[in-house]
Design a protein around this ligand. Structure first.
Ligand SMILES: C[S@@+](CC[C@H](N)C(=O)[O-])C[C@H]1O[C@@H](n2cnc3c(N)ncnc32)[C@H](O)[C@@H]1O
Ligand SMILES: O=C(O)C(=O)C[C@]1(C(=O)O)C=C[C@@H](O)C=C1
Length: 244
């Protein structure tokens, strides 16, 4: 499958609409996310490692906000436990349609079920691995706690949640520095200042980052006794939370 270059924000757009995961984004998504999220390829690969370690026999692994299924594929190729299924969920019809093609072209043996649905409407049961890879950041703040509680309830003891997010920092100078370093990462990857600025505006009030402290507090309140960061590059981080 070819991966066209993301040039969505390359020319001045008279009206910047809110960022949406529509057909235009789907077409360039693999290029967009690799050039926009520091460490994305490493995180995907490590989700495979973690799935190999934590997937339990006769259980379900969930990829919530799966987009084109990069984390699903990483898990599919690393799970060794017997009789596991992966359920991959996204509420963008365009993403799920393309993800179907990606799964059909893949020869992995672990069964994958793709669902076009709001992850908040999906019942989680008998889970050993749950992935929220840059998804929770797109959900309203007031709805985030209930999602983590549902995940906690749906996990088996010893199961794991992998939560990756763009994050904010309490300390204003540090926050600004991380944003500048992230923008510099994008510039190094070929995005112009115009592209960076227009995407930033389109993501305003759509992608809502929180501090790592806020995420850990929420995970604790949901029931996770243990959670901590296992990856961070600038303002992009991934946490691991284990159900005792
Ligand atoms: C940044 S992308 C996730 C990337 C993907 N997890 C990966 O590892 O490549 C965010 C995804 O979350 C999906 N999403 C946002 N809100 C959602 C919701 N309430 N229910 C299901 N999917 C959602 C979007 O459609 C989008 O595909
Ligand atoms: O913060 C940015 O500038 C981004 O482009 C980040 C981000 C993300 O973290 O999901 C936003 C939208 C796209 O899905 C790809 C990357």
């Amino acid at each position: 499958m070819t991966h066209p270059k993301d040039d969505i924000y390359a020319t001045p757009l008279p009206e910047l609409s809110r960022f949406r995961f529509d057909h235009t984004v789907v077409n360039v998504f693999p290029d967009m996310i690799k050039r926009s999220v520091p460490g994305y390829t490493t995180i995907i690969s490590m989700i495979g490692d973690l799935a190999e370690r934590y997937a339990q026999a006769d259980s379900t692994c969930y990829d919530l906000g799966c987009s084109l299924g990069a984390a699903t594929l990483a898990m599919r190729h690393r799970i060794r436990a017997a009789n596991c299924t992966i359920v991959a969920v996204d509420n963008s019809q365009a993403m799920i349609e393309r993800a179907q093609q990606v799964m059909q072209a893949d020869s992995g043996e672990v069964p994958v079920r793709l669902l076009c649905n709001d992850l908040q409407a999906v019942d989680l049961q008998n889970a050993s691995v749950v992935v929220l890879n840059f998804t929770l950041q797109f959900i309203a703040l007031a709805e985030r706690q209930a999602i983590l509680e549902k995940i906690y309830r749906g996990l088996r003891p010893g199961g794991v949640l992998i939560l990756s997010e763009k994050v904010a920092f309490e300390d204003a100078p540090h926050h600004e520095l991380m944003i500048e370093l992230h923008h510099n990462f994008k510039r190094t990857n070929g995005y112009s200042d115009l592209e960076i600025a227009q995407k930033r505006t389109a993501l305003e009030n759509v992608l809502i980052p929180e501090t790592l402290e806020a995420h850990r507090k929420r995970l604790k309140a949901a029931g996770f006794a243990s959670s901590d960061v296992w990856f961070q590059c600038f303002n992009f981080a991934s946490l691991i939370a284990i159900k005792a």
